[in-house]
Write a protein that binds this ligand. Structure first.
Ligand code: ADP
Length: 446
């Protein structure tokens, strides 16, 4: 592989560019007219403008991206996360054009993109699931029958779901019909597909996910868990590796189940299996067939470059190491810093007058910000990922607090003050939280 086109923007485009540079691979950036002066465009070896600001006409424009790959003579395309990363049709088109898609096989992207099919596949492979409907729920009557069987509260979820959309809780019978209808309408509006299914709504789980890598030669390894329980509206804000709640034996047992399942599936590339964990039990909710926003915390504790590994796997190389070679060292935490008001969460795009990134031992900042940069209003509000690594969780929290004080993003509002409050909270410091903790914390402190 000599040249990779990066079909993304922002911090993740930079992240992929960095891995390519260190491997001696040239990079092609693509960008919308709103991103002409973005850092990923400045740093790449070449760049191509692929359309106007709306993502539909640029970062989601498959034909424009493929043309850019041809014009520049790229051998491969890395989709990053979001945009086309989990679009099986795009992966197929890339391969049909004789290019390498740096990601899983299209068939696996397609299966896991349908959460009902994903659950059925994992059930067959012996992975424990959250109890729920065995397939789509096509009517209110069927919803009642399933809810009766598994017991309230229940969660109606979109089969095509993502980003926490198309998900509605019904705590009791009288809420079911409305939850069912709104979930379907929301799913239709967000994904153009109103297929929904039902799950038992767990009252105090943690979100624990497992990072895996699989090569094209049947080797599968895992890189331990991430605890992503700190969420607002089902969206992650803070992630840790490892989980403050899990012991190594539980991690190993889950790792063995998951790697065996993916070996049987014939999976390839990086992937993450997401679980809810309650009362010592794991229950699978979905699989992401891509690099995740929170991948750096795993990289920090395992000392591995996951993007480099994705590229090596796509080039047909073998992993070259086994599960025993993967050791976990210390603790890592990531804070997602967004251009949003830290109390109301209203988006705050605009010009960053001064930017200063924290530094020092065990500190990593993945960001495309620079002084004078204007955050455009058209895309996701994530502007920086602040990641720290230390030998213990307590030291990692202290380091994160120091970094949050050091970081300067003037000119726009960011969620830095919210992260400062979270890091200072005694319950967070004790590791005593579930997926519902942050919503209550936000309500309490605003
Ligand atoms: P999405 O793909 O939209 O992110 P997920 O299925 O990954 O949807 O769920 C997102 C979050 O919603 C989970 O991390 C968890 O916090 C919450 N959630 C999902 N399923 C359940 C459930 N059955 N019970 C309780 N919370 C759930």
């Amino acid at each position: 592989m000599k040249k990779v086109l990066i079909a993304n923007r922002g911090e993740i485009a930079l992240r992929i560019h960095r891995a390519c540079q260190e491997m001696g691979i040239r990079t092609v950036a693509v960008h919308s007219t709103a991103d002409a002066s973005a850092m990923h465009v400045r740093l790449a070896d070449e760049s191509v403008c692929i359309g106007p600001p709306p993502a539909k006409e640029s970062y989601l424009n498959k034909a424009a991206i493929l043309s850019a790959a041809h014009i520049t003579g790229a051998d491969a395309i890395h989709p990053g996360y979001g945009f086309l990363a989990e679009n099986a049709d795009f992966a197929e088109m890339v391969e049909a054009h004789g290019l390498i898609f740096i990601g899983p096989k299209p068939e696996h992207i397609r299966t896991m993109g349908d959460k009902i099919a994903a659950k059925e596949t994992m059930r067959r492979l012996g992975v424990p699931l959250v109890p729920g409907s065995p397939g789509p729920v096509a009517s209110v009557d069927e919803a009642f029958a399933i809810a009766q069987e598994i017991g309230f509260p229940v969660l109606i979820k979109a089969a095509a779901g993502g980003g926490g959309r198309g998900m509605k809780v019904a705590r009791a019978e009288e809420q079911l019909e409305e939850a069912y209808r709104t979930a379907r309408a929301e799913a239709k509006a967000a994904f153009g597909d109103d297929t929904v299914y039902i799950e038992k709504y767990l009252d105090r789980p943690r979100h624990i996910e497992l990072q895996i890598l699989a090569d094209a030669h049947g080797h599968v390894v895992h890189f331990g868990e991430r605890d992503c329980s700190l969420q607002r509206r089902h969206q992650k804000l803070v992630e840790e590796a490892g989980s403050p709640a899990l012991d190594p034996a539980e991690r190993d047992a889950l790792g063995a189940t998951v790697t065996a399942a993916l070996r049987q599936l014939g999976y390839r590339s990086a992937g993450t299996l997401e679980f809810l964990w309650q009362d010592g039990q794991f229950a699978f909710i979905e699989m992401n067939t891509r690099l995740q926003v929170e991948h750096p915390v795993t990289e920090m504790v395992c000392g591995i470059d996951l993007v480099r590994e994705q590229i090596r796997i796509a080039a047909g190389e073998e992993l070259g190491y086994s599960q025993e070679d993967i050791v976990f060292q210390g603790h890592a935490i990531e804070c997602r810093i967004t251009a949003e008001d830290p109390v109301t969460f209203a988006p705050c795009p605009g010009k960053v007058t001064t930017y200063h990134a924290p530094g020092g031992l065990g500190v990593r900042v993945d960001s495309a910000l620079y002084s004078g940069y204007t955050v455009p209003p058209h895309y996701d509000s994530l502007v920086a990922k602040l990641i720290v690594h230390a030998s213990t969780r307590a030291q990692a929290i202290a380091r994160m607090q120091r970094c949050l004080r050091e970081m300067v993003v003037d000119g726009i509002s960011t969620t830095i003050p919210l992260h400062q409050r979270i890091m200072a909270d005694p319950e967070f410091q004790a590791g005593d939280y579930t997926i519902h903790w942050l919503e209550r914390f936000v309500a309490r402190s605003s």
